[in-house]
Design a protein around this ligand. Structure first.
Ligand SMILES: NC(=O)C1=CN([C@@H]2O[C@H](COP(=O)(O)OP(=O)(O)OC[C@H]3O[C@@H](n4cnc5c(N)ncnc54)[C@H](OP(=O)(O)O)[C@@H]3O)[C@@H](O)[C@H]2O)C=CC1
Ligand SMILES: N[C@@H](CC(=O)OP(=O)(O)O)C(=O)O
Length: 350
């Protein structure tokens, strides 16, 4: 009999669901007990249902689990959700109302005024919002905690130490986002090979709004946005995994590239202090080679859990500019949710 806590993964067969399976297989605190997906997969063994795309084969411990239908009851106390946006909202609410602790990747509840949009290195205190959430929604044990959009997470991990040290007034971010960000099979290959698509629906708005919420404060029972103005431009590029973002920032107090590199390299926070199992030792890595970071070379840094910064230099329009890269389905999605759950476990909130 294991003393690990049982968890269910919703949408376990998709791009993000597969990452959940990979990251939770053999986890020291959590045990994959239930895998859930749509009509297409329900009733099949996981190994038959999934089109496993991230390594040679799914982990041994899940291959024979029979995939549940999304309408079947869930027994595990913790639920990781990789459901599609639009589908996720009501399902996650019903589960939280039943008492489940729901850690979601989906966009549906991220901007709710009582849902923490959590990056444990950046705003762990926002976790306190679950008390208000329970009060407002009449939930006794359950809750919903969201992690941000994949581009937002890597951007904000780099912004946080800079904001704390120098204050960010405004900025421009341009993303080059991997094809796996669109799920599987995602953008048709003939649309993406030899091409760049300068549009990802809703992404620019999410990056701008989510960053302000995360860098803002939880105060007197409400979220107060950080007064930072961002302009985002999002592009889909023919890269398999890893979102790269170019960033220019206007600061309250101007800083040299060396000062910015120092604060990024010194950045450590609660997950590192608590030694959470999925926490990177260095949440932000800074490279000094002029042509890095690159998706193929750098997306797996710290098992895909770190953001990799490079090309920190003065900006001719604002104060400072740099590039940040991160793995979109690991730290940008499933790994982010797992780290959120680990923080809750260590803080006694599960
Ligand atoms: N890919 C990324 O980089 C990121 C994705 N996200 C978010 O994560 C979520 C999942 O995205 P992704 O994995 O890329 O998507 P995929 O298209 O790869 O996978 C979709 C998954 O959803 C399941 N599904 C679809 N409809 C239903 C339904 N009605 N009930 C139950 N399960 C259903 C599918 O199951 P089946 O196989 O049985 O059809 C499959 O497991 C989305 O909310 C997305 O916005 C967030 C950050 C990054
Ligand atoms: N939009 C992201 C992935 C995603 O699904 O984002 P969100 O969870 O914010 O909808 C991408 O295309 O790379």
């Amino acid at each position: 009999m294991s003393d690990r806590i049982d968890v269910a993964i919703l949408a376990a067969t998709g791009s993000v669901g597969q990452r959940f399976v990979q990251l939770l297989a053999g986890h020291p605190w959590f045990r994959i007990a239930e895998l859930v997906a749509s009509d297409r997969s329900a009733g099949k063994r996981y190994a038959e249902a999934v089109n496993w795309r991230i390594s040679a084969a799914p982990p041994e411990e899940v291959r024979d689990l029979v995939v549940k239908h999304i309408e079947e009851p869930i027994n595990s106390p913790i639920v990781f959700s990789a459901l599609p946006g639009g589908v996720a909202g009501p399902i996650e609410e019903a589960l939280a109302a039943e008492g489940k602790k729901v850690f979601t990747n989906a966009r549906d509840h991220r901007m709710d005024p009582d849902v923490p949009l959590l990056i444990p290195e950046v705003n762990p205190d926002h976790a306190r919002a679950i008390e208000r959430q329970r009060q407002l929604r009449g939930w006794r044990e359950g809750f919903i905690v969201a992690n941000p959009n994949c581009s937002t997470i890597h951007l904000v991990l780099a912004l946080k130490p800079i904001h704390d040290a120098f204050g960010i007034e405004r900025g421009i971010v341009t993303t080059l986002q991997a094809s796996s960000g669109a799920g599987y099979p995602g953008v048709p290959s003939l649309d993406l090979i030899d091409n760049v698509i300068p549009y990802i629906g809703g992404e620019e708005e999410k990056i701008e709004a989510e960053s302000r919420k995360i860098l803002g404060r939880w105060i007197d029972g409400t979220f107060e946005d950080a007064p930072i103005v961002l302009s985002a431009h999002c592009n889909r590029v023919p890269v398999r995994d890893g979102h790269l973002e170019t960033v220019s920032l206007d600061l309250h107090r101007s800083a040299t590239p060396a000062e910015v590199i120092d604060v990024l390299r010194a950045f450590r926070a609660l997950p590192q202090e608590l030694e959470l199992p999925s926490a990177p030792r260095h949440p932000v890595i800074v490279l000094e080679e002029p042509d890095r970071p690159q998706p193929v070379l750098d997306r797996d840094a710290e098992r895909g859990m770190a953001s990799v910064v490079g090309r920190v230099r003065p900006c001719s329009v604002f104060d400072i500019r740099f590039v940040v890269l991160g793995h979109n389905t690991i730290r940008g999605a499933a790994g982010a949710s797992v780290l959120n759950a680990e923080l809750f476990y260590r803080e006694g909130l599960l």
